[in-house]
Design a protein around this ligand. Structure first.
Ligand code: AMO
Length: 461
């Protein structure tokens, strides 16, 4: 059953996973993986073998052949090996069984010592974060980071799956674009043959194009780029945005409602598949929110913060300290870890947000906070071309620079709204990591481009 034929036409046992060994007591099996640790006791060598499904003790006896034993003696931690052996019951081992090695081949030798320490949580880790990220492929081998990547997969599947279940259409907006959508300040310029182009800060204009194209409900999950000089635990220069745009809405609250249900669905999916592992490895319980997330206006939020003696430097936005405090206050008051904040001043939001018709100084948009940080911005969009042009002019944006975008509204466009969720921030809060750099596969920041690039923080413009 487990026989496979390789290129040389010799038969080999098919690899099984460590997690399956319990079903094979007494059988000869083949397992492949990494040497987690190796301990030479003189006449016996203990190898802890690790694969994606778990760990198992493998034992090499000197009596099982000199060549085999000598080979085992050369093993280093983290080397990649291929073992054939017999699964034996072993009461003294946690799993209740171990593998008696009959054949050993070394697929790839690891240098020792490793450049970083793997496995411990960051707060106890003697390797600092930048060094760990410089050796990310080793850092990701830890149980927690491996699990983090698996959770990210299910999280993405949940977000996409919820949209698909609700008959959304998936789009991939172009990433090289001719006009900046968010603000001209934090956009990366690229050379596009003989002209300038930009890396998309968001698929904003192109998800709205999907509404003008009568796709009615669209989503887009993909990379976006921000030339932001922010050296924080929440900013990347390249991140994966989960964008949604919904046609025929009556209010931005329709958008909030959709996002709320999408989040519940996603958290449920993650809990179902990895809830127990997350509890064991991160000591985090996944709470599935019940009912509607609470709403708080900007004014109410600032009042609550003032009552709690949290200083406010900016009436139109929140500092990280305010975001943290506001989340705590709302959780205490309502039990909810999520809160929608709305009624931001229009002057502080993107020009494409619709203005409240009774209070034109207010934008019909919102942010969603979770456990102390903003994870989403959204809004009802201005779909009336004249108003949209006026908004742009107020911000000093030229008609010329937005010509293509404006065209989407010239041939009729349904009322619509949407939002974008930062997936790395979502994952960071989900697993309670301290930094977004840890929940990004290979994070780019102002001073990291694959590896640390030691940029002078004062000099970068
Ligand atoms: P905004 O710029 O607020 O809105 O971004 C939306 C969400 O993206 C995440 N985010 C980031 N994550 C990591 N690094 C960054 N530098 C970074 N910047 C933002 C946050 C944030 O809430 N077009 C609008 C959305 C819309 O209205 O649909 C936009 O991009 O989680």
């Amino acid at each position: 059953m487990y026989i496979s034929v390789n290129e040389q036409n010799t038969t080999k046992l098919e690899r099984i996973l460590i997690s399956e060994l319990g079903n094979h007591i007494g059988d000869t099996v083949r397992v492949r993986g990494r040497v987690h640790t190796v301990r030479n006791q003189g006449k016996i060598i203990f190898i802890i073998l690790r694969d994606r499904s778990g760990k198992e003790q493998a034992v090499v006896w000197s009596g099982n052949g000199e060549d085999l034993f000598n080979k085992a003696k050369t093993l280093t931690s983290e080397s990649v090996i291929d073992i054939t052996g017999i699964v034996k019951e072993a009461k003294q081992v946690k799993s209740g069984h171990e593998l008696e090695v009959k054949e050993l081949s070394i697929d790839s030798v690891s240098r020792v010592p490793l450049p970083i320490v793997i496995e411990q949580p960051y707060s106890h880790n003697i390797s600092n974060l930048d060094r760990r990220l410089d050796y990310r492929w080793i850092d990701l081998r830890s149980e927690r980071n491996n699990l983090m990547m698996k959770v990210a997969t299910v999280m993405g599947d949940g977000l996409r799956g919820y949209c698909i279940e609700n008959n959304f259409v998936e789009i991939q907006g172009p990433r090289i674009i001719s006009a900046a959508s968010e603000s001209g300040a934090n956009v990366f310029e690229v050379k596009y043959f003989d002209r300038k182009a930009y890396l998309a800060q968001s698929p904003q204009f192109h998800k709205q194009m999907g509404i003008a194209a009568d796709l009615e409900r669209v989503f887009n999950m993909g990379p976006v780029f921000r030339a932001e000089k922010s050296f924080t635990t929440r900013h990347l220069t390249e991140y994966t945005s989960f964008d949604v745009e919904i046609g025929y809405i009556d209010s931005f609250r329709d958008v909030c409602k959709f996002e709320q249900e999408m989040i519940k669905f996603t958290l449920n999916k993650v809990k179902e598949k990895y809830g127990e592992d997350i509890k064991r490895v991160f000591n985090v319980d996944i709470n599935i929110p019940e009912g509607d997330f609470p709403y708080v206006s900007m004014k109410e939020a600032k009042e609550k913060l003032a009552s709690a003696n949290i200083p406010s430097k900016d009436v139109g936005d929140f500092s990280p300290e305010e975001e943290r405090a506001l989340s705590e206050i709302i959780e205490k008051e309502t039990g909810s870890q999520f809160v929608f904040v709305y009624d931001y001043p229009h002057s502080r939001r993107a020009f494409y947000h619709m203005k409240d018709s009774d209070r034109p100084e207010i934008a019909l948009g919102f942010d969603l906070f979770w456990k102390g940080i903003e994870i989403t911005t959204g809004a009802q969009r201005e779909h009336r071309l004249e108003n949209l042009k006026e908004n742009a002019t107020e911000r000093g944006l030229t008609e010329e620079s937005l010509k293509e975008y404006f065209e989407y509204f010239e041939y009729g466009c349904p009322p619509h709204g949407g939002f974008a969720l930062g997936t790395e921030r979502f994952l960071m809060k989900l697993l309670e990591y301290n930094s977004i750099l840890e929940t990004t596969y290979l994070p780019n920041t102002p001073n990291r481009l694959g590896k640390l690039i030691n940029v002078d923080k004062k000099k970068i413009k």
